[in-house]
Ligand binder design. Structure first.
Ligand code: ADP
Length: 151
């Protein structure tokens, strides 16, 4: 017996959880796509946030449910508005990397009051989107922590 307290063991298990092992598949839309297409994609892919990419395939911004609701309340034709006009754009996008501890990303979600962050890696001229961490990801990891694998 190591003499470690329960909370120390949980804390150690938490710190071992990495973005790499929990990230979900990226869901991306091109910046010239319409707001209408973004709404359709959100339903089809069953996600709350889309990563927006430019024609080089690098991260240009993100669009959330509320971003889309806001513009949908107006009178404009949603087919005529590109997502690039309403997205939150770079360099203001909060991202994470494959080797980040999941607990750090969870803290970033809370501190910034956002539901998700894209997982990115640096490539020439920008950031390639390789996954996403969402509140659902964190909830799954939380549930896993509660399962005693040694029993
Ligand atoms: P919702 O608005 O659907 O509740 P969020 O709380 O995640 O979803 O988004 C709140 C605002 O923050 C939106 O305007 C959205 O574009 C922006 N946002 C979402 N994710 C990020 C991120 N990773 N980095 C920067 N801004 C973000």
């Amino acid at each position: 017996y190591t003499g470690k307290k329960g909370n120390q063991l949980i804390s150690e298990a938490l710190k071992k959880m990495s973005v790499k092992d929990y990230k979900a598949m990226p869901v991306v839309i091109k910046e010239e796509s319409s707001v209408y297409d973004a709404i359709v994609m959100m339903f089809l892919e069953d996600v709350g946030t889309l990563a927006v990419v430019n024609n080089r395939g690098t991260l240009a911004g993100v669009v959330s449910r509320k971003d889309l609701l806001k513009v949908a309340m107006g009178k404009q034709n949603l087919q005529d508005i590109p997502v690039s006009v309403i997205m939150t754009r770079m360099p203001n996008i909060i991202t994470c990397h494959i080797d980040d501890p999941l607990i750090e990303v969870a803290n970033i979600l809370i501190q910034n009051q956002i539901d998700s962050v894209p997982v990115v890696r640096s490539i020439e001229n920008g950031l390639e989107v390789i996954g996403r961490i969402t509140k659902t990801t964190i909830t799954k990891a939380f549930v896993e922590l509660g399962i005693d694998k040694d029993v």
